[in-house]
Write a protein that binds this ligand. Structure first.
Ligand code: PHB
Length: 396
């Protein structure tokens, strides 16, 4: 058996998505070395279609730390959003209510910018590794073991280990269940997502309530659009022709007086979702960040933003832990991150439950939802809460 090739670093990061790469970037700016490993290839990550909305602070983090100029030049600034219900479109003006905007800039582009920036900096990022496992996470020298594409064995020995490895996180699964608590909420519906070749159907996003169920009208570029409609979690993608999809989407937005510009559909998929939170986000000398620690339903677009907010706090905490030799600084990371995580859980749950047709809904349920939506848009306090939550609470 050949020996393992050992690399020593300060922080070993499992997961080369936006959370892992941004953490590695922020650590490097603090003079802290790290190694990132991911079982997926760079191409595979680039081809995954994810959400598209960045909070103002996420945009600042990308632009001001030198990861991306494109987010400002190619991203689309949205000063508000539409809620459609009760037969009408209602505009929520983020600028007026919260003094902030969001940016439509797909997660794939965030990943490309980060991967390019890490490559340009000569960072140690290893995509496409196999057989990953973590060891000695409660000890002084935790490690990550894996094999590379040639089948050679490697080991990354580090001071701290970070699981930024998504909702199926192997790092989270390495924690004894008795050491953490998991809070979960399942939803009886999913989203049917499409990409289509068509001009924009609206200048900003439309979150659309209707008796037939929720729909979301989003965008990607001037010529490519992203839309979703609420469906059954077991919905069969192949049962939906382009015509059937368009007639369902048109019926849902048509109930509120809007019409979509149609075009050829180039991608279809069903996205299941649930809420999940792990507490604490630390076990020994390992911490979890992003989807590895928490997932939110997509209504409200908090997933990527939460991951970026996590690693902003984590970079600061890891520096303190390493400089002061103080492992307990990691507890503070968990505490600070969870405060935002739970507020985002509430916001995402609230948006989801207010806008989706409940299972076995009756007339009362649907009328009550419309009244709830009216209560929000007719109250400055209500609209301001939505605008503040959507654009993102200040980091503190
Ligand atoms: C998207 O554009 O994919 C998107 C936007 C807003 C959401 C979820 C998804 O709340």
């Amino acid at each position: 058996m050949s020996a393992r090739e050992v690399t020593t670093t300060s922080v070993g990061i499992v997961g080369g998505g936006p959370a892992g790469l941004m953490l590695s970037h922020l650590l490097a700016r603090r003079g802290i070395d790290s190694v990132v490993v991911d079982h997926r290839s760079r191409d595979e990550i680039e081809q995954t279609v994810r959400a598209g909305i960045l909070e103002a602070d996420s945009v600042r983090l990308l632009s001001e730390t030198g990861v991306s100029e494109r987010v400002l030049s190619e991203g689309d600034r949205h000063g508000g959003t539409y809620l459609a219900f009760g037969g009408e479109l209602h505009h929520i003006d983020f600028q007026e209510l919260a003094g902030a905007s969001v940016w439509l800039y797909p997660q794939t582009e965030v990943f490309v910018d980060l991967a390019d920036a890490r490559a340009a900096a000569g960072a140690d990022v290893r995509f496409g590794v196999g057989d990953t496992s973590v060891h000695d996470v409660t000890g002084e020298r935790p490690s990550i073991r894996f094999t590379d594409a040639d089948g050679s064995a490697h080991e990354i020995r580090c001071r701290y280990l970070v699981g930024a490895d998504g909702s199926h996180s192997l790092c989270r699964h390495a924690i004894p269940p008795s050491e953490i608590r998991q809070y979960r909420k399942e939803y009886p519906f999913a989203w049917f997502g499409i990409l289509c070749e068509a001009p924009k159907s609206a200048p900003e996003l439309i979150y659309n309530h209707s008796d037939r169920g929720f729909a979301l009208i989003s965008q990607r570029t001037e010529t490519t659009q992203r839309m979703y409609f609420q469906c059954d979690p077991d919905e069969d993608v192949d049962a939906w022709s382009d015509d059937r999809i368009w007639s369902e989407l048109q019926a849902r937005v048509g109930a509120n007086g809007h019409e979509l510009t149609e075009g050829p559909i180039t991608g279809k998929s069903v996205l299941r979702f649930r809420s999940n939170v792990v507490e604490p986000m630390r076990y020994g000398n390992m911490v979890l960040a992003g989807d590895a620690a928490h997932t939110v339903p997509p209504t409200g677009a908090k997933g990527l933003n939460l991951a970026l907010a996590d690693v902003r706090v984590l970079a600061e905490t890891l520096e303190r832990a390493l400089t002061d030799r103080d492992d307990d600084a990691l507890d503070e990371y968990s505490r600070r991150a969870l405060d935002r995580v739970w507020r985002s859980q509430h916001f995402s749950y609230w948006m989801t439950s207010m806008l989706h047709r409940p299972l076995a809904a009756d007339e009362f349920d649907l009328r009550r939802q419309v009244a709830e939506l009216h209560s929000v848009v007719r109250s400055t306090a209500g609209k301001t809460y939505l605008a503040e939550a959507y654009t993102g609470w200040p980091s503190g």
